[in-house]
Design a protein around this ligand. Structure first.
Ligand code: C2E
Ligand code: CA
Ligand code: CA
Length: 565
């Protein structure tokens, strides 16, 4: 416990021991070397030279008083006149009480009695002094962010505490401001363009504060905090920001700045947490490009808690097999009558307290934090075992499509894992179809192209899911070696109401024919949709029109009926 500081921050601090007697230098070095980097000087003169050489930063000087050339008192007198030396605390080592008083008056921080027979006490004092000085130093030297002229975060919070002591009755708002994908700006346009944008954001903060009356800081990187008088709304803020960004040049106008507001801060919560709440609001609109200002509300908070819970519960879900795989049939409609061709595996979570949870509620969450890999692997394993049972028990072989997330694609063990799962169940790659969603793909993605190519060479069919929903270009289609296109569910839904969607479906069918790919339509619910798609030349259909996704036992009976029919 008493060693928290010595070891906490992982770096060794430098200490200078100034003493003319070898035995004392050795003794102190020995005591300190486990925790500090110890350097030595034999008198005050030498110490000053070392401290000002600029080759390292010293956290502390341990000073003997009686030394030849320049003694400790003289050293302290010189130090007292010099700002650069005053930053480094000094502990005086002496045997005389009188000298202690004198040295404290000259600015020594503390003293240690000779002889050194209580190492633990000495270490603790050294530690305390260093900590004290470093904290003071931080506050004194970093009041202002040099780039934007706003306060630094440490100072900002100090200021808030001070304000809160005198006027805790005002209604106040906490605001977080953040730029989207700021690291890309730095990479694309260079650091100085990035700095221009941060300065423009800083000016926006000042203008907002002029109107709303408050204080602001740059918290870190591209994140700014504001604390100001309560305002009804902040809808005017984006205009201020875009005006300031406009002044910073053309690359700046492309930057999107999001603003999260926590209104009427509650005093029983810590100030740091106000900004967490504002930040939550700010993150909530990351994907929502129609809004740049968001307000914290409790529903948001409840949702975040719910998500945290899902993350926490996932391990148990996997261990206790709460995750259930459902199967939805896919029909080939090219022939006389629809023929069952395969099925898609879709996951559900049968949570012991929360009931049945749909994937829309947890898949995007796990995609965002990488846990999706475990989910997907679980599903593949279940599906492989299931296909094996259908073969053994029913004598039916049906390929199953499994969903493959973006993170899976970039996992170097993907292929090996899939193949070994299949081997375990004595299956082959023909038993699995891999559905890769379009959003996992970006143009010119060489890794994606090579992963997909390699999987195909091992015999897997690859289907591009949700085609048309994202940004993928036709160009990518020609580069990516895939077998099937699955049109995004929205086109099918809109097709009968909206001429553009219908046109889009026609276009996709044309392209697919040209590239000799199979086209799958999902979300087909009504007979007219089915007929229309069939006329237009769609190959495969999946949707409630044929069947909803079914639990494995239901699907097994369904399979038997279907095969015998
Ligand atoms: P998806 O891969 O696009 O799956 C198709 C979704 O459309 C499924 O929703 C399915 O139940 C639904 N659907 C099928 N036919 C119809 C229809 O006629 N009408 C309507 N309204 N909906 C239909 P579900 O099961 O809720 O899954 C949602 C998404 O969750 C999936 O979209 C997929 O992206 C993801 N997902 C499901 N299981 C897994 C999995 O094991 N791994 C991964 N990575 N994602 C999964
Ligand atoms: Ca899918
Ligand atoms: Ca889909």
């Amino acid at each position: 416990m008493e060693t928290k500081f010595r070891q906490a921050r992982g770096l060794r601090r430098n200490i200078l021991v100034v003493d003319d007697e070898v035995i004392n230098r050795e003794l102190l070095s020995f005591m300190l070397r486990e925790f500090y980097q110890v350097y030595t000087a034999t008198n005050g003169q030498e110490a000053i030279e070392m401290l000002t050489a600029g080759d390292r930063v010293y956290s502390l000087v341990l000073l003997d008083l009686k030394m030849p050339v320049m003694g400790g008192i003289e050293f302290l007198q010189i130090r007292h006149q010099r700002e650069d030396l005053k930053k480094i605390p000094v502990i005086v080592m002496t045997a005389e009480t009188e000298a202690e008083v004198r040295s404290i008056k000259l600015g020594a921080a503390d003293f240690i009695r000779k002889p050194y027979n209580m190492p633990e006490v000495i270490l603790t004092r050294i530690e305390r002094i260093i900590e004290l000085y470093e904290d003071q130093h931080i506050i004194a030297s970093t009041e202002e962010d040099p780039l934007t002229g706003l306060y630094t975060k440490a100072f900002f919070f100090q200021y808030i505490y001070r304000l809160e002591q005198s006027n805790a009755d005002n209604c106040m708002d906490a605001i977080v401001m953040n730029a989207d994908r700021f690291h890309l700006i730095n990479e694309l346009y260079g650091r100085s363009a990035g700095d221009d944008i941060l300065r423009a954001m800083g000016r926006s903060v000042m203008r907002i504060l002029m109107r709303a009356d408050g204080i602001g800081c740059r918290s870190e990187g591209d994140t700014f905090f504001l604390y100001c008088m309560h305002q009804e709304d902040y809808d005017w803020v984006p205009d201020v920001i875009s005006e300031e960004l406009g002044k910073a040049g053309s690359s700046a106008t492309q930057v999107r700045v999001r603003v999260g507001v926590y209104q009427n801060v509650r005093r029983e919560i810590l100030a740091e947490d106000w900004f967490d709440m504002a930040n939550m609001a700010c993150s909530g609109i990351r994907e929502n490009y129609t809004r740049n200002v968001a307000y914290y509300d409790n529903a948001l908070h409840v949702r975040a808690l719910h998500q945290e819970r899902l993350i926490r519960d996932l391990r148990a879900a996997i261990e206790e097999r709460q995750l259930k795989v459902y199967y939805q049939p896919k029909y080939n409609i090219r022939g006389e009558k629809p023929r069952l061709e395969s099925a898609e595996a879709l996951i559900r979570w049968d949570h012991p307290q929360l009931g049945m949870i749909r994937p829309g509620e947890f898949i995007p969450l796990f995609e965002a934090n990488g846990l999706i890999q475990r989910v997907d692997y679980y599903v593949w394993r279940e599906v492989a075992a299931q296909i094996r049972r259908w073969k053994d028990e029913l004598g039916i072989a049906i390929p199953v499509s499994v969903n493959v997330s973006r993170i899976d694609i970039y996992d170097p063990h993907l292929e090996e894992n899939l193949l070994s799962l299949l081997r375990e169940q004595k299956l082959s790659s023909a038993d699995f179809v891999l559905e890769v969603t379009e959003s996992a793909c970006s143009e010119d993605d060489e890794q994606l192209i090579s992963v997909v190519g390699s999987l195909r060479s091992k015999g897997f069919r690859i289907e591009m899911d949700d085609f048309g929903a994202g940004y993928s270009s036709l160009n990518m289609l020609t580069m990516l070696p895939i077998d099937e296109l699955k049109m995004d569910i929205r086109f099918i839904r809109e097709m009968s109401k909206d001429a553009r969607s219908l046109k889009m479906v026609e276009l996709i069918l044309d392209i697919a024919r040209f590239l000799e790919m199979t086209v799958v339509a999902e979300g087909v619910e009504e007979e007219p949709q089915y007929r229309l798609l069939r006329e237009m030349g769609c190959d495969v259909i999946q949707g409630y029109y044929f069947s909803r996704p079914m639990a494995e036992d239901v699907f097994a009976s369904f399979l038997q009926r279907e095969i015998s029919a």
